[in-house]
Design a protein around this ligand. Structure first.
Ligand code: 6PG
Length: 502
């Protein structure tokens, strides 16, 4: 019996995608350079299904192709980078044909995906599907962001819709069932065609940028409670668990509460206190920040989250500086007012989060305009409601905002979000003032507030800036009292200041 889908790369994501596909009735031909990983995947298939045989291990690319139905559909679950091209070339050598499809599910840089689609056109269909949701998502329902040739999509669509996370359309919430052999079949799948090649990886990149911001905002709230209010990780875990019942309900808040509750079995200390405070990163958050700078769509909270990770890696400097550089004198009355400080923090986190998402969505919109992708933001918000790392009750509100107005420029201009910020902004400002007075860094919170205050400012000091530019470099400026587009230059400092219209 032939297999339906080939899967290359049986790391954490690949193995779990294979098991998810198998649960949904697909037979998988699987290959990995590490033979042990093939054995492990087959053993897990056997253990879960009783008889095995749903995942068929292959020992070469040629064998993999020979085991598949024609035309072939091959899913790559391998790290981003040159290895994707290596594997494509090996599959070409092994005999892949023009009608076959290779689907890249890694966190590839979107421009690589655009290049690959062009490069391999005629040899096979290079299609991409960005996957979010980590190990459990891959196993029981990820959020999938496919893009590329519509012909390939027509063939892949039923497969992705089967394995994706599902949302109950009545509530907008995930239908979760983490049972091997019993996949969720009902509900709306978190898989929607994003657009032409590269669009899906771009959207996943921005998802990760937002993920960075979300994570950093939660970390800053934790930091203020831990170092500013001297609360224990268990106490902070309780606060997060409570927050998870309201507007902040999200996967990232939920797992943060669980991380904070964990106790090290050797030392009995809270495990979080033993984890070295140097953050890793694989690049997607950085790419988002770079793209926002290149396109000129401000995403300061996302960029700040990347900087916060960079700053965390300067551990040796920080140890030194902590002995040398002083913080503020602490007002004990503030520390004693714990409940109020925590309430402001909650509201501040919520408002900052709204801004981070506003930045991410506006960035996608500007990229969509620039590349002609015609992204559908309602649909993107919908497929982020379940399965992915940033899944949250909040995504339902974003979905509704785009339902109210399809071409919404910025989430802050939506009536619901504008009203939410109006309601909570006093506490948002207090949360940043409190952190500042306690000497606790809150770059993501404050960059979000500065973004908000700038965005709502009818007049920014860019008038002075234009004056400065014209002064030293004759860069010209426009005037508010003259038609737009007309350029002026002043001979600054000269008597009579002759003004020239250019
Ligand atoms: C997801 C995650 C996933 C992965 C990131 C983490 O959506 O499932 O974003 O893609 O965990 O690579 O990125 P960093 O290692 O850069 O934090």
């Amino acid at each position: 019996e032939k297999c339906d889908i080939g899967l290359i790369g049986l790391g954490v994501m690949g193995k779990n995608l294979a098991l998810n596909l198998a649960d949904n009735g697909y037979r998988i031909a699987a290959f990995d350079l590490d033979h042990q990983k093939i054995e492990d995947a087959m053993a897990q298939d056997k253990a879960e299904s009783g008889k095995g045989g749903r995942i068929v291990g292959c020992s070469s690319y040629t064998e993999l192709l020979s085991r598949l139905t024609v035309p072939h559909m091959i899913v790559l679950s391998i790290p981003a980078g040159d290895i994707v091209d290596d594997v494509c070339h090996k599959l070409v050598d092994a005999g892949i044909k023009a009608d076959d499809i290779i689907v890249d599910t890694g966190n590839s840089l979107w421009t690589d995906t655009v290049r690959r689609e062009k490069q391999y056109r005629g040899q096979f269909f290079f299609f991409s599907t960005a996957v979010s949701g980590g190990e459990v998502g891959a196993r029981f329902g990820p959020s999938l962001m496919p893009s590329g040739d519509p012909y390939a999509w027509a063939r892949i669509e039923p497969v992705w819709e089967a394995i994706a996370a599902k949302v109950d359309p009545a509530t907008g919430k995930a239908i979760e069932r983490f049972e091997p052999g019993n996949p969720v079949k009902e509900g709306e799948p978190c898989a929607a065609y994003i657009g032409p090649s590269g669009a899906g990886h771009y959207v996943k990149m921005v998802h990760n940028g937002i993920e960075y911001a979300d994570m950093q905002l939660i970390c800053e709230a934790y930091h203020l409670m831990r170092a500013g209010l001297d609360m224990s990780p268990a106490e902070i875990s309780d606060v997060f668990a409570e927050w998870n019942k309201g507007v902040l309900e999200s996967y990232l808040i939920e797992i943060s509460a669980e991380v904070l509750r964990e106790v090290d079995s050797d030392t009995n200390a809270p495990l979080v206190d033993l984890i070295l405070d140097k953050a890793g990163q694989k690049g997607t958050g950085l790419w988002t920040a770079v793209s926002s700078l290149e396109i000129g769509s401000p995403a300061p909270t996302i960029a700040q989250a990347v900087y916060a990770r960079s700053l965390s890696t300067l551990k040796e400097d920080r140890v030194l500086a902590s002995k040398l550089l002083q913080g503020p004198a602490i007002d004990q009355a503030l520390v004693a007012d714990r409940d109020a400080v925590i309430q402001s923090l909650h509201d501040g986190l919520y408002c900052s989060k709204i801004c981070a998402y506003a930045q991410g969505f506006q960035l996608m919109q500007m990229a969509s305009d620039e590349h002609g992708w015609q992204l559908d933001f309602g649909s993107i918000a919908k497929i982020w409601r379940a399965g992915c790392i940033i899944r949250a009750a909040f995504l339902q509100s974003i979905t509704e905002a785009y339902q109210r107005q399809e071409d919404l420029h910025n989430l802050l201009l939506d009536s619901f979000f504008a009203e939410q910020i109006n309601k909570y902004q006093a506490n948002w400002r207090k949360s940043i003032a409190n952190a500042t007075l306690l000497g606790i860094p809150c770059g993501a919170f404050s960059s979000a507030l500065a973004y908000y205050d700038s965005y709502r400012c009818e007049t920014l000091p860019a008038n002075l800036l234009q004056g400065q530019r014209d002064y030293f470099g004759a860069h010209t400026f426009e005037r508010v009292d003259k038609p737009r587009g007309k350029k002026f230059h002043v001979e600054w400092g000269r008597p009579g200041r002759p003004m020239r219209q250019l």
